[in-house]
Design a protein around this ligand. Structure first.
Ligand SMILES: CSC[C@H]1O[C@H](OP(=O)(O)O)[C@H](O)[C@@H]1O
Ligand SMILES: Nc1ncnc2[nH]cnc12
Length: 292
């Protein structure tokens, strides 16, 4: 595919245990250099029915990036450069609630960000303040909910995801604290990914698979081997959900997503004060507001 080829409207970002996508007719593996460095992996571009889909394994093909070193900004820039608008992500999460049993699917509706050593904006060279009240898009979440229901899988239709820095799992006291906040899930990757997606005016939602009860319930159970064992048992479910999600995304309703105009009222720095280099680097996001 060259630059004149049709845009790729949908992307799937795979988390732990999901390093490829089945059911796709693979068209190309695209290596994309970005102003933020290389993405986690070359991006697989494929076709499912009449829809083009990009797939990117968040932690790299060989899970070589930990949650703090994932190149989140490069990933978002690369997806934007393909013309992506709809981003569905998959994440393994710990459960903070008794009724979210390992193996259950959750479609989270909010996030508490506890990360502290990740670049958290695309816009370092200017001041941009986006609205992030609902970091997961309601319309895309509904598509995910419907797909999980059709698969008849145990589903929780909302929940707050606490994003911790990691890479170590929580202490018992932290786990109790997160529960006391009323949060449902603990994970390490939703931020800054969701925030950057919004800054890039991408519509974003997540399929979270509970893999463990974190340490508030199962002190000795939270380790990578146990998490991966649950993932292995359930990843076929996630793949089936994705097969339903891709054809169900309402491509014609982009403009109904708040994300499609997230920057409209957010750019504080006047055009004249944005350095030329930044205009070039960030033009993919800003040009529509700065031209004329
Ligand atoms: C493999 S256990 C911890 C690891 O799994 C989750 O990643 P992802 O959201 O990409 O599935 C969690 O956030 C940690 O990064
Ligand atoms: N308990 C947990 N804490 C943080 N990230 C996780 N990913 C899966 N289980 C997790």
């Amino acid at each position: 595919m060259g630059t004149s080829d049709p845009r790729v409207p949908i992307a799937i970002i795979g988390g732990s245990g999901l390093y490829d996508l089945d059911g796709l007719e693979i068209l190309e593996e695209r290596t994309i250099e970005t102003p933020f460095g290389m993405p986690s992996a070359p991006i697989l571009i494929g076709q499912l029915g009449d829809r083009r889909v990009a797939f990117l394994p968040r932690h790299g093909k060989h899970h070589q990036f930990n949650p703090s070193t994932v190149p989140y900004r490069a990933n978002i820039w690369a997806l934007k450069s393909l013309g992506v608008f709809w981003v569905v992500t998959v994440s393994a999460v710990g459960s903070l609630q008794e009724d979210i049993v390992p193996g259950h699917v959750v479609i989270p509706d909010n996030i508490i960000d506890k990360t502290y050593r990740r670049a958290n904006t695309l816009f370092e060279e200017l001041a941009v303040h986006i609205n992030l009240t609902h970091p997961f898009d309601p319309m895309l979440r509904q598509v995910l909910i419907d797909a999980v229901r059709q698969e008849d899988l145990p589903l929780h239709e909302d929940g707050t995801y606490v994003c911790m820095e990691g890479p170590a799992f929580s202490t018992r006291a932290e786990s109790e604290l997160h529960r006391s906040w009323g949060a449902s899930l603990i994970g390490m990757t939703a931020m800054p990914e969701a925030r950057l997606a919004r800054e890039a005016e991408l519509c974003y939602a997540t399929i979270a698979l509970a893999t463990d009860y974190d340490c508030w319930k199962d002190e000795d159970e939270v380790d990578v081997t146990n998490v991966m064992a649950i993932l292995k048992q359930n990843i076929a479910n996630v793949r089936r959900i994705l097969q339903r999600v891709i054809p169900a995304i309402p491509l014609e309703r982009e403009e109904e997503c708040d994300a499609s105009r997230a920057l409209q009222y957010g750019i504080m720095t006047p055009k004249e004060a944005i350095p030329e280099e930044a205009r070039e680097k960030l033009g993919i996001f800003l040009d529509k507001y700065l031209e004329s």
